[in-house]
Design a protein around this ligand. Structure first.
Ligand code: UGA
Length: 445
């Protein structure tokens, strides 16, 4: 089938490459000419494992092209995806201007019947707006333009795997023709294990926000438990381990730590809250989920303060700066939220990340960047694990111990082996678990 994709960010580019890889002919379109010329040359605009290889392969075999002209992506297409950004406005509401503009441009460029797919995360009711926009632009094509809601469930860092091996594909539509087109489009991804779930449009839109908010809620539940465990002497990993063994609860997204970040959960929670307000059901639980998430940063800061007393002039090494491992995305990163708080308190903050250092420095200019974890740790008074990169799990703790000023580790992700850290002479301060110190008190703090 012929597919156009408007917007080549994380969602758009994965959509382009995954659909090209099953034989569809895809044209990706982006308003940013620099990005398009990079993509045409096979250069990735962000770090996402496995995508560059597919990008190069399908540029080479001609199934994937990029352009700045919407008309080129729409001309002759069976399906056009809207994958533009929906950033938060100052109020926290989703800004849908780019969605409206994309819908307008698609309508103007349409040459015949077309299924317009809303893939960007949008509040329920947006598809109806898109449909109205299409009709206003093209009275001549009223019966030929179908709108579909097809939210994505991709995780950054595993996006390609999630796209190629989805656990479900959600299609919200209102016409048999639109369902039929989407079934054909996604046919190559379906199997006995992978279902295409068909709903009405509004339910599909709502299901995306509901899923993200529920996952965020699970994390905040674990973080609230972490605070309770710290107060009681229990171990949050033990508690969530027991909970997760119940298949009705499940073990995923119960990891306590510095909390969730990224461009999805924090902004989707707020946008979902706004939608709920607008619909007359305030859904106060959502604000509480966000508050507990902020509290995780307070908790980590409290541990650093407890260990170091005053923070002015202290050198703190933050290991891991991206919002989670395997991505260079630092948007709403808990590591950077912590960095900002430490800077305000007068600490010198040194950061290291395998791929996100430059991005982090743009967000927090006061951050000193180190070439590797050991350089970050050199002369530091406290080492803080902020992101669960595998590389950090493998740290040579004896070497770190020789470099630091004080042997103190705050483990914001409960990543390290407590016994090994203490064995190397550090005092160890995890999240929601009892702290441990070496018998003789390895720290000079
Ligand atoms: C999330 C959802 O998982 C995807 O299903 C969804 O498609 C995507 O948002 C989106 O709306 O586009 P993503 O933001 O890439 O994906 O990241 P996650 O893997 O969900 O992690 C989000 C945050 O939660 C990270 O900061 C992570 O460190 C944190 N987290 C995750 C925890 O603190 N504890 C956990 O147990 C799990």
């Amino acid at each position: 089938m012929r597919v156009g994709v408007i917007g080549t960010g994380h969602v758009g580019l994965i959509t382009c490459t995954s659909l090209a890889s099953v034989g569809h002919r895809v044209v990706g379109c982006d308003a940013d000419p620099g990005k398009v010329s990079d993509l045409v040359a096979g250069r990735m605009p962000f770090h996402e494992p496995g995508v560059e290889e597919l990008l190069k392969a399908h540029l080479a075999d001609g199934t994937l092209r990029f352009t700045t002209a919407t008309a080129e992506a729409v001309d002759g297409a069976d399906v056009v995806f809207i994958c533009v950004g929906t950033p938060p406005r100052a109020s926290g509401e989703a800004n849908l201007l780019a969605v409206e503009q994309a819908a307008r441009e698609i309508a103007r460029a349409a040459t015949g019947p077309l299924v317009v797919v809303e893939k960007s995360t949008v509040p329920a009711g947006t598809a109806a707006r898109v449909q109205r926009t299409l009709v206003l632009e093209r009275t001549d094509l009223v019966d030929g333009l179908d709108v579909v809601s097809n939210p994505e469930f991709l995780r950054e860092g595993q996006a390609l795997h999630d796209a190629m091996h989805p656990d479900r594909i959600l299609v919200g539509a209102s016409s048999p023709r639109a369902f039929e087109v989407m079934r054909r489009l996604y046919g190559p991804f379906l199997s006995d294990d992978v279902r295409l779930i068909e709903t009405d449009i509004t339910s599909a839109e709502l299901a995306k926000h509901a899923s993200n908010a529920f996952l965020a809620l699970k994390i905040s539940y674990a973080n609230a438990l972490a605070r309770l465990c710290e107060a009681s002497g229990a171990d949050v990993e033990a508690v969530t381990g027991v909970m997760g063994a119940d298949p009705r609860i499940g073990p995923e997204f119960l990891r306590a730590g510095l909390g969730f970040g990224g461009y999805c959960f924090p902004k989707d929670l707020v946008a979902f809250g706004h939608l709920a307000q607008r619909l007359g059901y305030p859904f106060p639980m959502l604000a509480e989920v966000a508050r507990i998430n902020d509290e995780a940063i307070d908790a980590a800061l409290g541990k650093i303060r407890d260990a170091l007393w005053n923070l002015e002039g202290k050198r703190i090494a933050l290991l891991g700066l991206s919002f989670k491992p395997d991505t260079d995305d630092v948007r709403f990163s808990p590591a950077l939220a912590l960095a900002r708080r430490l800077v305000v308190e007068g600490a010198r903050v040194v950061g290291y990340d395998p791929v996100a250092g430059a991005m982090a420095k743009q967000e927090v200019p006061e951050l000193e960047l180190a070439e590797n974890a050991y350089e970050a740790a050199r002369d530091s008074h406290c080492v803080v694990i902020c992101t669960a990169w595998d590389e950090l799990r493998e740290l040579d703790l004896a070497k770190v111990g020789e470099l630091v000023a004080f042997k103190i580790v705050v483990d914001g992700r409960n990543l390290l082996d407590a016994a090994a850290v203490v064995e190397a002479g550090f005092s160890y301060h995890p999240m929601g678990r009892p702290g441990q110190s070496p018998p003789m008190g390895g720290s000079r703090a």
